[in-house]
Ligand binder design. Structure first.
Ligand code: B12
Ligand code: SF4
Ligand code: SF4
Length: 399
């Protein structure tokens, strides 16, 4: 997953120091790097040559041309540099791709049937992997450079680097029809990080596609977000809608969201290669108990301070209370639970229009016509925000 920060790349050596000479031959440097990656707990490692993904640039350009990035404006803004590692860093000699297995200890789809509870995607149930992987990569870099020489930059998710095609080129797995990397040894549950070096490390053989005629992930998607195999329209994806999208959730997707309040794992979990999945070994990525199936009522009561305290060190914190409560209210609207009405009624009076609008929609689904119109008469005349007024009026037809 992502966050709209330009780049998390960092140099392993202090600014201003002269470039280190090559101290090891490329094969020995690769062996050293692979060993350090293993010591830091990475489960997969491979090297991609900087020019190994020539087909990615036109595919990225097409994806952006179609507007599939939604309001993730940093995608078109960085397209040029994202197209290949050499556009991002002309001196790059090789890109090491590293994978961290985060295989869950339960089927993440089980919680989807528990309508008074929220579903948080597997990667977000523990600590934020960006910080975790960044720390690991920095430690590897600081041990590698003094012995092997060269310059180095590390990347986790947010830099303009196409991690999935590079990981495929490095032999870690292949980009499945759901567009994520799948590995024969562990299925879909792998988070990626990258180490770029000026050293010309010998590349690994790319992995080949093992999807065959399967289309389980495509059929599993609740919002039909795949216009074709291997292509995702982020605007329709619940992961994008619940994490990245800033405005109200488009009406078209609200029911399909069910109780998914942060990310979505349906296409990943559907993959038959997960039969080889193993439990993730990194304790900090393991699910916190309170994030497995949190009661929606409990989440709806989080004020700003409680939200920040509950999601310390979690990726959810970066999305913020407002968007998170918007998602919780959509799930409340889908719950069919009259017991959740008081939560939504209270949030109709929230200070933020995104929350008020989602609360109106939830109530339009949970209240009968009489109760809804009575509430509308109380709130609509004083509602200053155009989008919330529209929710009251739209919902009137539905209630
Ligand atoms: C933007 C982004 C998103 C967006 C868009 C996702 C997308 N598929 O593009 C949204 C918000 C939707 C998202 C969601 C998720 N994300 Co995300 N995301 C990214 C990010 C930052 C960039 C991805 C990107 O470049 N997209 C642009 C498109 C054009 O590139 P692409 O997906 O590689 O598309 C390729 C295919 O379409 C293919 N293609 C196109 N046409 C054709 C035709 C044929 C025949 C073939 C073979 C291929 C093909 O070529 C394209 C280029 O290689 C990466 C981190 C990074 N820096 O790479 C993480 C990343 C991809 N996300 C990740 C994760 C974990 C997720 C979620 C699972 C989180 C969740 N549980 O909610 C979901 C999965 C949704 C899904 N099915 O993709 C991981 C994936 C790890 C892995 N094993 O692959 C990454 C790598 C982060 C990380 N460092 O670990 N994400
Ligand atoms: S993450 Fe969910 S909504 Fe997004 S493509 Fe996969 S199944 Fe569809
Ligand atoms: S579910 Fe099937 S089509 Fe989708 S990535 Fe897995 S093997 Fe490929």
């Amino acid at each position: 997953m992502i966050q709209p920060i330009e780049s998390r790349s960092l140099s392993a050596r202090p600014n201003g120091t002269a470039r280190a000479d090559r101290l090891l031959d490329p094969a020995a440097a690769k062996t050293l790097l692979a060993g350090l990656a293993r010591e830091e707990g990475f489960d997969a490692f491979g090297i991609a040559a900087p020019d190994s993904i020539p087909e990615s640039a036109p595919r990225l350009a097409r994806w952006i041309g179609e507007g599939a990035y939604g309001d993730m404006d940093w995608m078109p803004d960085t397209m040029e540099r994202r197209s290949s590692p050499a556009s991002l860093w002309p001196e790059v000699g090789a890109v090491a791709m590293l994978g961290l297995n985060y295989g869950p200890d339960e089927d993440p789809r089980d919680v989807l049937a528990q309508r008074r509870r929220g579903a948080i995607s597997v990667y977000a149930r523990g600590d934020d992997y960006h910080e975790l992987i960044k720390g690991k990569l920095k430690r590897i870099a600081s041990r590698f450079v003094p012995k092997a020489g060269g310059d180095i930059k590390v990347f986790v998710d947010t830099a303009p680097l196409m991690e999935k095609p590079l990981a495929e080129a490095a032999g870690l797995g292949w980009q499945g029809k759901h567009t994520n990397l799948v590995a024969r040894e562990r299925g879909s549950w792998l988070l990626l990080g990258a180490i770029a070096t000026t050293l010309p490390l010998p590349p690994d053989a790319p992995e080949t596609d093992h999807c065959g005629s399967c289309r389980a992930c495509l059929d599993a998607c609740p919002t039909a977000a795949f216009p074709a195999p291997y292509r995702l329209d982020a605007r329709r994806c619940i992961s994008y809608l619940t994490i990245e999208h800033k405005g109200p959730i488009p009406h078209e997707f609200r029911q399909a969201m069910g109780n998914r309040i942060y990310g979505c794992d349906d296409c990943l979990a559907a993959c038959p290669w997960n039969k080889f999945a193993e439990l993730g070994r990194e304790a900090r990525l393991a699910a916190r108990e309170e994030n497995r199936a949190p009661p929606l009522a409990e989440l709806a009561r989080l004020d700003e301070a409680a939200f920040r305290a509950r999601f310390t060190k979690s990726p959810i914190k970066r999305t913020g209370r407002v968007r998170f409560l918007r998602n919780v209210l959509i799930a409340i609207g889908n719950s069919g639970m009259a017991s959740l009405v008081p939560e939504a009624v209270r949030l109709v009076g929230d200070g933020h229009p995104l929350i008020r609008g989602a609360a109106v929609w939830a109530l339009s689904r949970l209240l009968d016509w009489e109760a809804f119109t009575e509430l509308r008469a109380r709130h609509l005349p004083d509602e200053p925000d155009e989008s919330v007024r529209a929710e009251w009026l739209d919902a009137s037809g539905a209630a």
